[in-house]
Design a protein. Structure first.
Length: 618
């Protein structure tokens, strides 16, 4: 139970060159050879200690890496987030430019009061900016910072945007170049919806890039989704005006379809604004708060009022108070706070992400410095312990060896430490002797606790513990309970010494007749138990019957060596091991034993086999 400690004054062992322990020769510890032996042991000690110190330093370095690597990962993630957010903003800017191209396109198609060609020049400028933005998205960056990756827009999406934009522009140019009197409402609406389709294509591209970013890093969800909604707010704000520009430009009544489309767009704009407003505190500052107020006053106030006014005029009679060009010139400025708010929001998001990157960099530097300092301190501590602790302990060991051989010990430089170490090992030696004594006593006590003192068999507590600890085994067990018939009469008629002698001979008979796998125990008083593993009810009844006949034929003796005949009653039950199953098994075997007693004694009775166990045995 108790391990013997390795160092003892009575059994000295010292390390050899191959790292094993070997007895210390008294010859090498003679007074004329002590110094050379100590030097050899010191070299071996230094070699092993140096290896251990190197392992400790390596383990400390690995521990430092486990601290630094996650911080480096956080820094790289923050860098990637900033890079991705900046590129996503380029896509949003491109979508905004394409939406903004509808204004000059509407003016060019309905130009009446502007100087000749002014609308065409403005449209050409906006188209050039849109083309440059699209070209920028199509170019694969070659200056991606080290350690970062790109999410390039698929070429088919970009090609789809460019193709639809070219179709829409041709329709716009066709309407703009035709005489105003020859332009139909359907042609103008078709050109406007062509620009809507171009915006739909670029919005699909923005959604793809947003999904790609969130798939790689969900922490960008807030700025990406809010930025996308702000971009939709600007797009649908422009659509609300474009959906009613055709009848105004041609001086025709406002068709109910245009009114319904405009009202639906306004409803979508209100829903978007409510959702955006619920996230207003994400990067809240005074500038964003002012922008929100301006949007509500300028766009949702003045812009919506202008739309309502023109719808009312177009539904009553086709006499509009302003031209399509004037409507565009008054409506577009009302949407500028939306663009300003989107730019300010994305600026705040980029700034916050840059702050996160800078904070991660600062954390990385601090963690690296602190970890480096801790690593240096640990290395210093290990080396210091080597010089101030392990070396004194080694000399203390040598001093104990010399003292055990009867040699005097030379004083060590660290005299206090050497004295403490010597006392420590002397205490270990005393403790070792006490532990040996304690282990022997514990072993004896365990045997006594599990064994019946009279018969030498296991007692009931030991049998219960064994059976209850066998839960989960896949084999059945059977239990035989037996009780010596009329044992009280033996004690009363011949005395307790004879009763003890009968119990001892009874136990010897059981041991001689049972198999090595069977477990026999004194269950209490004149009652004995046999635990039969790996057998069924029929086989166990055969064993019980053999025991019954053997006891009936056996001749027991009194304390005066007079012959004495005895019989016993048997109860047999089969079941499973385990705490609850064992209790039930004992109860059923005891009930069978009680039935054997009631039916005349000197017989074997068995308990019914549980249904599940009966099927398994069958």
């Amino acid at each position: 139970m108790f391990r013997r400690l390795p160092l003892s004054l009575s059994d000295e062992r010292a390390p050899t060159a191959d790292g094993k322990d070997a007895p210390v020769s008294t010859a090498t510890k003679a007074s004329d050879g002590t110094d050379s032996s100590s030097e050899s042991l010191n070299r071996n000690f230094d070699t092993r200690l140096s290896v251990h110190i190197a392992v400790a330093i390596l383990a400390t370095a690995l521990l430092a890496l486990t601290i630094i690597v996650p911080v480096v990962h956080e820094f790289e993630l923050a860098r990637q987030e900033l890079h991705d957010l900046q590129h996503f903003r380029r896509a949003l800017d491109t979508a905004t430019l394409i939406a903004a191209e509808r204004g000059p396109a509407n003016v060019a198609m309905s130009e009446t009061s502007l100087p000749a060609g002014a609308g065409d020049r403005r449209l050409a400028e906006v188209r050039a900016r849109v083309d440059a933005a699209l070209a920028g998205l199509a170019v694969s960056p070659v200056d991606t910072p080290w350690g970062l990756h790109e999410h390039p827009v698929p070429s088919d999406l970009l090609a789809g945007v460019a193709q639809q934009l070219a179709i829409a522009r041709r329709r716009v140019d066709l309407v703009a170049s035709a005489p105003r009197a020859s332009v139909s409402l359907e042609a103008l609406d078709d050109a406007i919806h062509g620009m809507f389709e171009a915006s739909n294509k670029v919005q699909a591209m923005v959604r793809w890039q947003a999904s790609e970013l969130l798939r790689h890093d969900s922490s960008l969800a807030a700025p990406v989704l809010i930025g996308q909604m702000l971009n939709d707010l600007r797009d649908y704000g422009g659509r609300a005006a474009s959906q009613m520009i055709a009848p105004i430009a041609l001086g025709l009544p406002m068709p109910i379809k245009n009114v319904i489309d405009t009202r639906q767009t306004q409803g979508r704009l209100m829903e978007l604004w409510q959702v955006i407003g619920s996230h207003g505190g994400l990067y809240d500052n005074e500038a964003l708060a002012r922008n929100r107020t301006e949007i509500e006053q300028s766009y949702f106030g003045e812009g919506f009022a202008l739309i309502d006014q023109l719808i009312m005029e177009g539904r009553v009679e086709p006499r509009y108070s302003i031209s399509a060009t004037e409507f565009t010139q008054r409506y577009v400025p009302s949407m500028r706070p939306v663009e300003t708010y989107r730019n300010a929001f994305m600026d705040a998001a980029v700034k916050k992400t840059a702050q996160n990157r800078d904070a991660a960099l600062t954390t990385l530097i601090v963690v690296a410095m602190v970890t480096g300092a801790i690593f240096a301190i640990l290395v210093w501590l290990v080396l210091s312990i080597r010089a101030r602790v392990f070396r004194p302990l080694f000399h203390a060991h040598a001093a104990v060896v010399r003292l055990a051989e009867g040699h005097s010990t030379a004083p060590y430089a660290h005299s206090a430490a050497a004295g403490e170490v010597t006392g420590l090992f002397r205490a270990i030696d005393v403790l070792q002797g006490k532990l040996r004594e304690r282990a022997s006593m514990a072993s004896e006590l365990k045997i006594q606790a599990d064994t019946d003192g009279l018969t030498g068999l296991l007692n009931r507590r030991a049998l219960d513990r064994y059976a209850q600890a066998s839960e989960g085994r896949d084999h059945p067990v059977c239990l035989i309970l037996m009780d010596i018939d009329h044992f009280k009469a033996v004690n009363d008629g011949h005395g307790h010494p004879t009763g003890d002698r009968v119990l001892t001979e009874f136990a010897r008979l059981l041991r001689n007749m049972l198999r090595s796998d069977d477990i026999v125990a004194r269950f209490g008083g004149e009652e004995f138990a046999v635990l039969v593993p790996h057998d069924d009810m029929d086989g166990t009844r055969v064993i019980a019957e053999k025991l019954r006949r053997a006891i009936e034929r056996a001749v027991f003796t009194t304390s005066q060596d007079a012959p004495l005949s005895l019989t016993a009653s048997f109860g047999v039950a089969c079941g499973s091991a385990g705490e609850r199953a064992w209790t039930a098994l004992v109860e059923r075997a005891d009930a069978a034993l009680y039935r054997a007693k009631a039916e005349g004694r000197n017989c074997v009775r068995s308990a019914p086999v549980p249904p599940g166990l009966a099927e398994a045995q069958a």
